[in-house]
Write a protein that binds this ligand. Structure first.
Ligand SMILES: Nc1nc2c(ncn2[C@@H]2O[C@H](COP(=O)(O)OP(=O)(O)OP(=O)(O)O)[C@@H](O)[C@H]2O)c(=O)[nH]1
Ligand SMILES: [Mg+2]
Length: 306
């Protein structure tokens, strides 16, 4: 390893829902620390992933997408997103280039909202145009110019988070953007999510692959029990909470098929993550208004009163 002072600091990853923030964090860290789905509003709370480059340690703060909040959970998620930005040494604004090109009203509004926020935050910010695999080069340049004109960014990177194209340039830039400092986490630590929470997130990711429309937003997963067994395996019990009785049969699926598939997929991934055999038990319960339950917010590091 090269000699010289160590560097460390925070980079907040912000941007509209579905822009690819979590995919980018995972790509930079080199392992999965934050769940990714094709649905908007997947990330619900701040997730930190640790990226090492040479002597530099960058703590990447993945945040929920910034959007127009309606429900309490939405408001708490937006607050968490900006909270991540306040403490950061550098802000990374991720924009889905393909969505931007389509000029979808929601996307444009979300991007504008972030730009307004950046004007008041006055932190160094870099623009990351993501999903370049879906957009032609000329179009990319025009989007880039358009956004750069706002004056809030110091640089633009054009990347594909899912294929990893050009992410090394961004990694180098972030490694330089953090100040000289001792490292904040042990070198081999890549995430700070407690295992129980990560396990619940993995199950939620699998559920999102199988349930649609409003249901993903009406469910939450909690790890209720975690027991290391004598034979080296671990027994994990989780409950999937839904808001209404009518949601239950959808989660279960015909003859329990959906929940079985989710359990299998989550178990496989957990075994790979934990490096040991897992017995996963999933239960489905109705908890009306879990979105109004104060205790759940503090468990996720979210603020209830926003
Ligand atoms: N084609 C393409 N798809 C991508 C790229 N990066 C991410 N995606 C896809 O975009 C979708 C959203 O990715 P996420 O990483 O969950 O997005 P996010 O910004 O974290 O979303 P929220 O947590 O909901 O705010 C997923 O289906 C990803 O596979 C990319 O570079 N190219
Ligand atoms: Mg996310």
């Amino acid at each position: 390893m090269a000699d010289g002072p160590t560097r460390a600091g925070f980079a907040a990853i912000i941007g509209a829902p579905n822009a690819g923030k979590s995919t980018l964090v995972n790509a930079l860290v080199g392992r999965k620390v934050s769940i990714v789905t094709s649905k908007v509003q997947t990330t619900r709370f701040q997730v930190r992933g640790v990226m090492m480059r040479g002597l530099s340690q960058v703590v990447l703060v993945d945040t929920p997408g910034v959007f127009a909040p309606r429900r309490r959970l939405d408001r708490a998620m937006v607050a968490a997103a900006w909270d991540g930005a306040t403490e950061a040494d550098v802000i990374v604004h991720v924009v889905d280039a393909a969505a931007q090109l389509k000029q979808a009203t929601r996307t444009i509004e979300d991007v504008e909202r972030v730009i307004e926020g950046l004007k008041t935050h006055k932190r160094q910010a870099v623009l990351v145009l993501n999903k370049i695999d879906l957009v032609k080069r000329e179009e990319l340049l025009s989007i880039s110019q358009e956004l750069f004109k706002t004056g809030v960014y110091s640089e633009v990177f054009m990347i594909s988070a899912s294929s990893g194209d050009h992410i090394e340039d961004l990694a180098e830039r972030l490694a330089q953007a953090v100040p000289e400092s001792p490292w904040l986490y042990p070198e081999d630590q890549i995430a700070d999510l407690p295992e129980r929470l990560l396990a619940a997130e993995i199950t939620r990711e699998k559920l999102y692959l199988r349930v649609h429309e409003e249901l993903p937003y009406a469910l939450t997963v909690e790890t209720e029990a975690w027991k290391a067994m004598k034979d080296g395996s671990v027994r994990i019990e989780q409950t999937i909470y839904v808001e209404r009785e009518g949601h239950k049969p959808i989660i279960l699926g015909k003859g329990g098929r959906t929940v079985k598939w989710v359990g299998e997929a989550a178990r496989k991934e957990l075994e790979a993550e934990l490096g040991r055999r897992v017995n996963l038990f999933l239960f489905v319960k109705v908890r009306p208004n879990w979105g109004e339950d104060r205790a759940r917010y503090s468990a996720l590091g979210l603020d209830f009163d926003v």
